[in-house]
Design a protein around this ligand. Structure first.
Ligand code: DGY
Length: 322
């Protein structure tokens, strides 16, 4: 028996208040450089740790989970998304996994609206015109975008974030429908219509906003056939995960003019994104900022610490995901 506090290894640099609370409750191993830990550096950082505070920066596939020291009993991820962790492998190793639902819902829904507006209103092209000093005059035909008001918004994946986007979009005068495997009870559906068939759902989406988790079933779901089902001039917005969209299909849709624009916060292989996105004027691109506010990132960190503290106190952590 030891009365030492548990040793928690933090794999990234986290907000100051989060690291301060972690340091007050546990023995901690910090990563002040914030350089992604891999290979030997990762192995020595986690050696002897009882718990890990991780993020989507590190991909915990089965091999990496098997290589973790036996001392590791819990991994708390600083994210709601879990696609970077092989939950089966963690379960097989007896490692508890927790995530951070709820606290990032509003911030992520806000970014979806920012992307929707940025894509529809040609914000990138307008910003560039001003910043490069090439704006010579107000002109009646300059950079005409598309109204969101009156458009049909399709929410793919009506969970917490999808519902929050639906409510915001309704305030913009959009008509909202959604596609899930099953309809939601009316109290959770944010007055949006359920469309059971994915094809029908796509065909009526002037704007498609993606909010489903990345799973084997949703990887590549928005492929060339799905893009073709969208109405001419549709806009695609993705704040969920890059691999849900097939890059070739989205880029071809933008190049042909079938799609008017895309607003993307997440990408396959990020930060090494498909370079063709940078060449397209009608893309509005952000570096995975969905939850990036001081308030939300603190709340995510505190939630992850709540889970670690409850676990090390011998109780069931509230956001157990495995
Ligand atoms: C999440 O919480 O999953 C966000 O996308 C940050 O990765």
């Amino acid at each position: 028996m030891t009365d030492l506090q548990p040793l928690v290894a933090l794999l990234n640099r986290f907000p100051e208040a989060v690291e301060a609370r972690a340091s007050a409750r546990f023995r901690v191993r910090l990563n002040p450089t914030d350089i992604k830990l891999e290979g030997d550096a990762l192995a020595s950082h986690v050696a002897g740790a009882d718990g890990l505070l991780v993020s989507p920066v590190n991909r915990f596939d089965a091999a990496l989970i098997r290589s973790l020291p036996d001392t590791v009993r819990i991994m708390a991820t600083f994210s709601v998304g879990l696609d970077h962790i092989d939950l089966d492998a963690a379960r097989a190793r007896g490692i508890v996994v927790t995530n951070t639902p709820d606290v990032l819902t509003d911030a992520t829904a806000d970014i979806a609206m920012l992307l929707m507006l940025g894509a529809a209103r040609r914000a990138y092209e307008g910003e560039r015109l001003v910043r490069t000093n090439r704006w010579t005059s107000w002109r009646p035909t300059q950079l005409l975008g598309t109204d969101l008001t009156g458009k049909r918004l399709g929410i793919l994946g009506m969970g917490r974030i999808g519902s929050a986007v639906a409510r915001r979009a309704q305030a913009f005068g959009m008509r909202v429908h959604y596609h899930n495997r099953r309809p939601l009870p009316p109290s959770q559906a944010a007055q949006a219509d359920y469309v059971e068939s994915l094809d029908d759902f796509l065909a009526r989406s002037d704007v498609l906003s993606i909010h489903c988790p990345a799973t084997p079933a949703t990887t590549g779901l928005i492929d060339a056939a799905a893009v073709a089902r969208l109405p001419h001039g549709a806009i695609i917005v993705n704040t969920a995960r890059g691999p849900i969209v097939d890059d070739d299909a989205l880029i071809a849709g933008l190049r042909s003019g079938h799609l008017a624009a895309a607003g993307l916060d997440v990408f396959t292989g990020e930060p090494d994104i498909d370079p063709r996105y940078r060449e397209l004027d009608r893309t509005f691109l952000l570096p995975h900022l969905g939850s990036a506010t001081v308030e939300t990132r603190n709340a995510m960190g505190f939630k992850a610490l709540d889970n670690l503290e409850v676990y090390f106190a011998g109780q069931e952590p509230p956001d157990r995901a495995d």
